[in-house]
Structure formats: structure tokens, C-alpha cells
Design a protein around this ligand. Structure first.
Ligand code: UDP
Length: 422
């Protein structure tokens, strides 16, 4: 590493606060990614400031996570939760407050890593204003998302234009899977630089407990056949497909069959409404007695749930990466996932789990049954999954790759003179 470059970087995640509880509405993979990447980079000698939007007056403005890693909450619009589709008009204020923070602290960030399209707009302004270099991770692509939902939001055209501009102007776009890169090329633009650096997971935390001990801890019978879902309540997560698949399972009449649906929600918000809808389906199918919804699973208890399960199901309609799949694999639990996006990269069919077409209830039922009916094969799949995550998807490895990318970019001369020099 070149010691002359300034190793002070900004990660921007306007709507995904890296310091917040994970598993609540709008808090999911992006928050986990930014927080872990930030902390791992700090461990590797970078000074990392993570910027997000302040959503409540009670929140601390600056949260110090470790010596070289902190979250900074900037004001942008009224200090309250605003769904991400309504945030765009507040972004100029976010940029203004970012610049103010830099001046107050006497910092100029030469490299900014933005997350999700809203933050990419912020990064593009900072590039124009002060020549900052930009790395961007999409987390979700509008061009893919709008193909899979019925109600296209008003912000769609704005989002698609911003996503195209950032691909063509950022120094580097980080695709988290080869599938995501392919979608960028086929649906967004053929111009721009893309590097594939996957998401990661905490391989020390997941896999630290075995199935028997995990079941004892959670009060689950050792003979139970446990199917687990972990994630947000969002129709595009495909929880309905999973519930209907369990209803069609060959083991449906077996009293050992158990379905656990873990994830947080707030009554009345969009995730609360989806949870209500899922609970209605469970009732209609007479599945109350075999289904539990324990709510948000904290970081402390999550490894125990993954370890207790026979199979973890990720039935998303689309997933650019899908952290849950690698968390389950790191825990030695096979995964049945939709045959889409990043799940095609993380889950190796017949080796670490199985893939089924999204929304295909019968295919999910068959795949889940194959694993539940064969405990020896389940263990083999689980072992191979753990192995795959250890070699490919640890946060430390991901941070090393990102650090190398940042160093390369920071060593390159700035192509255009900055409009404002400080
Ligand atoms: N998560 C959690 N507790 C929950 C539900 C989800 O900690 O109750 C975490 C989960 O472990 C994962 C993240 O939220 O790290 C979800 O990421 P993923 O990429 O699977 O989906 P996204 O939320 O980005 O759509």
C-alpha cells in the first residue's frame, strides 16, 4: 500500500443508516453492508466516515463505532422517517450539510463510496463540486425492480436516469455478483467501469453453534423439521411463495414440520401490512400451528436460528446479492433460493443448496422436501456451504478487495480539475 495517499474516505448511505438496528423497515442488507465494510476497512488502516440521514431528534448526530470508524447523521428535510421513494428532493440539503461538515472538520474526502441510487446522486454532485472520486454500489437496480412490480412509483424515471449517469461517470461501479454486472450492461448502459466485489458475512459469528445446541437454546425439538425465512416483510421477498410451498410439502401432515418466519415490522407501515397479509394466508391455509413469527431477530440470536434450521429459504422475486443466503451457508445450513440474480452466484445447486424459479410454489416445495427427507445430504450441503463462504465471502476479504480498489483510484491523477479547491 502506498503510504503517501490519504486514507480518509466517506461512505454515503442516505437512507440506510449503518448504525441502526437491522431487520426493521428499510433496514436490511444495505445497512449491514455499509456497517461491516466500514468497520473492516477501519481495521485495515482506513479512516472511515459513514454518512446517513438523521430520522429522529433522539438519534445521536455522531456515533463512534471504533477508533477510525464513525457514522455521521446529516439533516436533510424534516427530521423524521421518510420512505426512500420520497427522499430525492431532500438531497441538495444533504450535499450542503456534507460540505458544511467537511469545512467544520477541515477534511476533504478525495474518495466517496456511495450506496443506492439516492446516494449516487449525492456523490455525483460532490464529484462536480470538489472533484471527489466516486465508487458506487447499487444494492438494487431500478431497471430490474420495475420489471418485477405492478405499481411503478413516480420517482422511477428520475431513478433510471440517475442510475445510468452514475454508471457512466463514476470511477468504478462495484457489482456484487456477475449477474448484477450483466444486468447493468444489458439494462442500464454499456459505458462505464464495473468491478465485481461480492458482499460478505461475519464468518466468526455465523457457524459458532451447532444444530443440537441451537435447538436446545431455542426450545425446538431435536426431531423437528425446521424451515427458516429471515428478512424484511416486502412482497418482493416472496414469503407468500414459501408459505404456499410448505402447505404443499409432502411433510405437511407431519407434526414435526415447522416454519419460522423471522423479520421485523412496524404496524401500519408497508412491512406491517405485508406481515398482516402473510398472517392471513397462514390462517387461510390452516398453518397457524406449524408457523411462528418471532419478529426481528437480533444479531445476537440470528446465528442460533440459522444453525437450528434444516433449510433456509430465500424465495425473493429478485435479489442483487442476498446476504441471508450466505449467512445461512456460513452457519452450515443448506439454502433453497430463487434462481435469480446474486443467488445464482452464492448458492451452488446440488452442492450448497437448491434453486427454484421465483414464485414457483411446486418447485420450492419439491426442493425443500428433498433436503428435509435426507438429513445426511442436508449435512453435506451445509458443510459445502460453510466452505464456500469461508473462501469467498468474508467481510475481511471483501474489505481487502475494496481497499485495493480505493488505493488504485486514489493513486490515479484527478482527470478534471475540481470546480472548487479547498
Ligand atoms: N436481518 C436481521 N434480522 C432480521 C431480519 C433480517 O438481522 O430479523 C438482516 C439479515 O441477517 C441480513 C439483512 O438483514 O443481514 C438482509 O439482507 P439481504 O441482503 O438478505 O436483504 P435486503 O434487506 O438487502 O433486501
Amino acid at each position: 500500500m502506498n503510504s503517501t495517499i490519504e486514507k480518509h474516505i466517506a461512505l454515503i448511505s442516505v437512507h440506510g443508516d449503518p448504525a441502526i438496528e437491522i431487520g426493521k423497515e428499510e433496514a436490511g442488507g444495505q445497512n449491514v453492508y455499509v456497517r461491516h465494510v466500514g468497520e473492516a476497512l477501519a481495521q485495515q488502516g482506513w479512516q472511515v466516515d459513514m454518512f446517513t440521514r438523521k430520522v429522529s431528534a433522539e438519534q445521536q448526530t455522531i456515533v463512534q463505532h471504533s477508533q477510525n470508524c464513525r457514522t455521521i447523521r446529516l439533516k436533510a428535510g424534516s427530521v423524521e422517517f421518510v420512505p426512500r421513494d420520497n427522499l430525492f428532493n431532500y438531497l441538495p440539503e444533504f450535499v450542503e450539510n456534507f460540505l458544511k461538515f467537511q469545512t467544520e472538520e477541515g477534511i476533504l474526502y478525495h474518495l466517496i463510496h456511495t450506496n443506492y441510487w439516492l446516494s449516487s446522486w449525492v456523490g455525483m454532485q460532490l464529484k462536480k463540486i470538489q472533484g471527489s472520486k466516486q465508487v458506487h454500489t447499487y444494492h438494487s437496480l431500478g431497471a430490474v425492480k420495475y420489471n418485477t412490480i405492478k405499481n411503478i412509483p413516480l420517482i422511477a424515471s428520475q431513478r433510471l436516469a440517475v442510475e445510468k449517469e452514475v454508471l457512466e461517470t463514476a470511477e468504478t461501479i462495484v457489482a456484487t455478483s456477475p449477474q448484477e454486472k450483466q444486468h447493468m450492461r444489458s439494462l442500464v448502459s454499456t459505458k462505464g467501469n464495473i468491478e465485481i466485489i461480492p458482499c460478505g458475512t461475519d464468518i466468526r459469528c455465523f457457524g459458532s453453534i451447532d444444530r443440537e445446541a441451537a435447538r436446545l437454546k431455542l426450545g425446538i425439538e431435536q426431531e423437528a423439521k425446521v424451515v427458516l425465512y429471515v428478512g424484511r416483510f416486502d412482497p418482493r421477498k416472496g414469503i407468500e411463495t414459501l408459505v404456499r410451498a410448505i402447505n404443499e410439502s409432502k411433510l405437511r401432515g407431519d407434526h414435526n414440520l415447522q416454519l419460522i418466519i423471522g423479520g421485523g415490522s412496524t404496524p401500519g407501515n408497508s412491512d406491517g401490512l405485508e406481515r398482516d397479509r402473510i398472517e392471513r394466508i397462514i390462517q387461510e391455509l390452516g398453518m397457524d400451528n406449524l408457523t411462528t413469527l418471532p419478529g426481528r431477530l437480533s444479531h445476537e440470536i440470528l446465528p442460533t436460528y440459522y444453525a437450528a434450521a434444516d433449510v433456509c429459504v430465500v424465495p425473493s422475486h429478485y435479489e442483487p446479492f442476498g446476504l441471508v443466503a450466505i449467512e445461512a451457508m456460513a452457519s452450515g445450513t443448506p439454502v433453497v433460493a430463487s434462481d435469480v440474480g446474486g443467488l445464482q452466484f452464492t448458492v451452488v445447486p446440488e452442492v450448497t443448496g437448491l434453486l427454484a424459479l421465483p414464485e414457483d410454489v411446486a418447485a420450492f416445495a419439491t426442493a425443500i422436501d428433498r433436503i428435509l427427507e435426507n438429513p445426511q445430504w442436508r449435512d453435506e450441503l451445509g458443510k459445502a456451504g460453510r466452505n464456500r463462504v469461508e473462501t469467498k465471502f468474508s467481510w475481511d476479504g471483501v474489505a481487502t478487495q475494496l481497499g485495493e480498489l480505493y488505493t488504485k483510484l486514489l493513486e490515479q491523477p484527478v482527470k478534471q480539475p475540481a470546480l472548487i479547491t479547498r
